[in-house]
Design a protein around this ligand. Structure first.
Ligand SMILES: C[S@@+](CC[C@H](N)C(=O)[O-])C[C@H]1O[C@@H](n2cnc3c(N)ncnc32)[C@H](O)[C@@H]1O
Length: 336
């Protein structure tokens, strides 16, 4: 008889981070007893706990994160779950490339991109525009004194607003924040930093708000939302990490292997979609060639066609989930 009562792997309502598309993601990865799966963004381990249950004592779960707070949770998690756990403390692009270099193979890999609620809730990390704190935003830095293997030099958001010129700031705010007033904000940053350093979230919010025309300040959410998103993406090289990690993760999978990715904004989702589409492509020979000479075969079949979005109940319970989209692919061939 199946066990009754709540799923022991279900996230508690007071968990430090409520996993998004929890069951849908795990269903897409479909972990089986004894398999090897990689969680590229461990966070508070919401998805990982359910995956670990499915893998059982013969299975292996590799968990990756660059954030020391997440890594501390992972260390405890490793003692609590039934499967073997290997913790990799690194940005996920470096982690997957290192696993590939050691010839590691996996049956599944998944990413839940972006920030955790812990990172937003700890004001001193500088991710939140609603609370005044040092302007940091480095995912890999964590609490003072915490050490990780994250040896990628990261500069803080404060260093960016203190040193970048108007064209570079404008480009970042426009390309990564989709900010309409990018040029006005960039000019205000450069002007205001001459008067006093912009080294706190509160001061940046004031500078950004002051640069946006008054009628536009209350349109499209908090006036500093897009600037904060842009800086966070730059500080953590978020898009570069995704571009490198997806092919590296895919290369670790054999036939039948599954990849699942949750993204939270169109810049990420576009990359995931493009990557999955590239796997579906067959012959790329010019149409006038009588026979195929490229030999390229589709490597994948798509999972969750068009992307899976949270059900209305989840969107209501967890507003953070509203922008989430889950995409995936199953490996059907490995190029010779
Ligand atoms: C949305 S949270 C994951 C939450 C997790 N699935 C859960 O249920 O608790 C994203 C996590 O990925 C980590 N992260 C984001 N980008 C990363 C990167 N490039 N390398 C390593 N970790 C990263 C963050 O530090 C954060 O802990």
């Amino acid at each position: 008889m199946p066990p009754s009562g709540p799923d022991p792997a279900a996230p508690a309502a007071d968990a430090p981070h409520l996993p998004v598309l929890w069951e849908e993601t795990v269903a897409m990865v479909d972990p089986q007893p004894g398999q090897t799966v990689i969680d590229g963004t461990f966070g508070a381990g919401g998805h990982a706990r359910l995956v670990a249950q499915r893998l059982g004592p013969e299975g292996t779960l590799v968990v990756v994160d660059r954030d020391p707070v997440a890594l501390a949770i992972a260390a405890r998690f490793a003692t609590e779950v039934p499967c073997r756990v290997r913790i990799v403390a690194a940005p996920f692009a470096e982690a997957f490339e290192a696993l590939a270099a050691e010839g590691f193979r996996a049956d599944g890999a998944y990413f839940d991109l972006g920030m955790s609620s812990m990172q937003i809730d700890q004001a001193e990390r500088g991710f939140a525009y609603t609370r005044d704190a040092p302007l940091d935003m480095r995912m890999g830095m964590g609490d003072p004194g915490a050490a990780t293997d994250d040896d990628v030099p990261q500069i803080s958001a404060a260093e960016i607003v203190a040193t970048w010129d108007v064209p570079d700031l404008t480009r970042a705010l426009r390309d990564y924040g989709e900010e309409r007033y990018a040029l006005k904000i960039a000019k205000a940053i450069v002007r205001e930093r001459e008067k006093a350093p912009i080294d706190t979230t509160g001061r940046l919010v004031d500078v950004v708000t002051g640069a946006i025309p008054t009628p536009a300040r209350h349109v499209g959410g908090h006036p500093a939302k897009r600037t904060f998103q842009a800086l966070r993406i730059v500080v953590n090289d978020e898009l570069g990490q995704v571009d490198r990690a997806l092919p590296a993760a895919w290369d670790l999978l054999g036939v039948g292997g599954r990849l699942a990715v949750i993204s939270f904004h169109s810049l990420e989702d576009r990359r995931v979609k493009r990557f999955v589409s590239s796997l579906l492509r067959g012959c790329v020979c010019p149409p006038d060639l009588p026979v195929c000479v490229c030999g390229q075969e589709p490597q994948a079949e798509v999972l969750g066609k068009g992307g899976v979005v949270p059900a209305p109940e989840e969107q209501q319970q967890n507003p953070r989930s509203r922008s989430a989209r889950l995409r995936g692919a199953r490996r059907i061939a490995v190029p010779a």
